[in-house]
Design a binder for this molecule. Structure first.
Ligand code: AMP
Ligand code: MG
Length: 412
């Protein structure tokens, strides 16, 4: 049986990046940028005033105090958005607003709070240091500087800096279309009656939600009945997508046809079964270069397999430069046991306690117990070669939901 590590690197070796598309920056939030954004000009473009005050020459106000103020003649009023008509010389000041370009000749701005207007003149009451209150051209961004590198996930700050650089349209990675097919005669959809022996196809919903959570365009193709023909029909439709995900039908049951039908449709099957729990019967292949994931039907198995293999694959397709969940070291708060041989991903809950991460398991670990997935914010990684972890041990935990990042109070 292939290890989790080998399965993941085999899968990722088959994944190609999507092409790009142009979007306007207002709809780029959360997308991955597919080009390097360089500044085409300085920001600020010119030296400008950081304060409302007076632009003047330092030599005129050096050593000024409230008792012996410097007195200058105010020759112009300069609002933000305009350039001064006059040059500042000895004995002269220009009234200046925040953001207005520094007038020719001026080398210092004295803030209005340190002055007193006196008719045509202004009294400077404090010897402000040379160059004070001037924001220098290019102090934020220099012409030619790389401001947003390719592969960055766009946040509001990136949207703002791209606007600053005059970029209204940018190139982002296309979102892969992910087709989700659930298999099983026992399945009904959420709005259908549950008669004897039937269950709702929750996997269709968790899987499309997980794909959407990665930023992909998820589409549910519905339920395929457990016949080769029905399955083939659904999977044929799925071939139009960029990623194919099936749930169920990959075990050794009499009606587990997913692998066979994928093969019949031209899939090159790369492996079946991974040394993990839950999620062992995972099957992976490619059809015409597109990845096809045959996930197990048990609700938690399919989620854990998605987390370990499908999520990094979708993020890689979308050009992300970071495709893995954060893994932290946390102190285990209970003893846990398992058989050796497989890597276990245990639904757990991580807390930040006095600056230290602690972890507890999040209830029953049966692969059909979706409730403990709801209770979890992390997957504890229990290595294949170990059979016992003890309270107090440092363990690796994969953070699948950062709820502990949120506090009940603002904390200041
Ligand atoms: P299978 O992998 O097809 O043998 O299914 C394993 C278990 O998962 C069975 O108990 C199924 O009823 C359950 N299961 C399969 N598909 C789904 C689904 N789409 N939603 C919820 N449970 C499912
Ligand atoms: Mg089945």
């Amino acid at each position: 049986m292939i290890s989790v590590e080998d399965a993941l690197s085999l899968i990722l070796s088959q994944i190609r990046e999507m092409g790009s598309e142009r979007v306007d920056i207002t709809s780029s939030l959360g997308r991955v940028i597919a080009e390097d954004i360089y500044a085409r000009r300085n920001n600020p473009p010119w030296d400008n005033s950081a304060m409302d005050g007076y632009a003047l020459l330092y030599a005129d106000i050096k050593g000024a105090t409230r008792d012996s103020p410097a007195i200058l003649n105010v020759i112009e009023d300069l609002p933000a958005g305009y350039t001064a008509k006059n040059t500042v010389n000895r004995g002269i000041a220009i009234r200046i607003m925040t953001g207005a370009p520094i007038p020719m000749g001026a080398d210092t701005v004295v803030m209005v709070e340190d002055t007193e207007k006196d008719g045509e003149n202004v009294k400077i009451l404090r010897g402000t240091p040379l160059g004070e209150n001037i924001r220098r051209a290019g102090e934020d961004i220099k012409t030619g500087e790389l401001v947003v590198p390719k592969g960055t996930v766009i946040r509001p700050a990136e949207v703002g800096i791209m606007a600053t650089c005059g970029r209204a349209f940018i190139s982002v990675y296309q979102r892969p279309r992910v087709a989700v097919v659930s298999t099983g005669d026992e399945l009904v959809d959420v709005d259908e009656e549950i008669t004897e022996g039937k269950i709702v196809t929750s996997n269709s919903y968790t899987l499309s939600a997980m794909a959407a959570d990665c930023g992909a365009d998820a589409f549910q193709l519905g339920i395929a009945r457990d016949t080769r023909e029905a399955l083939k029909e659904k999977l044929r439709q799925a071939l139009y997508a960029d990623v194919i995900i099936t749930s169920g039908g990959v075990s050794v049951g009499d009606f587990d046809f997913v692998k066979d039908v994928l093969k019949e449709l031209g899939s090159e099957m790369k492996f079946w079964k991974v040394a993990m729990k839950p999620g062992k019967p995972l099957a992976f292949g490619t059809i015409g270069g597109k990845p096809a994931f045959g996930l197990p039907g048990n609700p938690v198995s399919c989620m854990v397999c998605f987390e370990q293999f499908v999520r990094p694959s979708i993020l890689k397709m979308m050009g992300h430069n970071r495709i893995y969940r954060p893994v932290i070291n946390a102190t285990l708060k209970e003893d846990i046991k398992k058989k050796t041989g497989r890597k276990h991903f245990m639904r757990s809950f991580v807390r930040l306690e006095e600056g230290q991460y602690t972890v507890t398991t999040a209830g029953d670990q049966g692969s059909g117990i979706l409730k403990s997935m709801v209770a979890a914010n992390a997957l504890l990684i229990f290595p294949e070669e170990l059979s016992l972890l003890k309270a107090g041990d440092k363990v690796k935990v994969q953070l699948i939901d950062r709820t502990f990042d949120y506090s009940e109070a603002p904390g200041y």
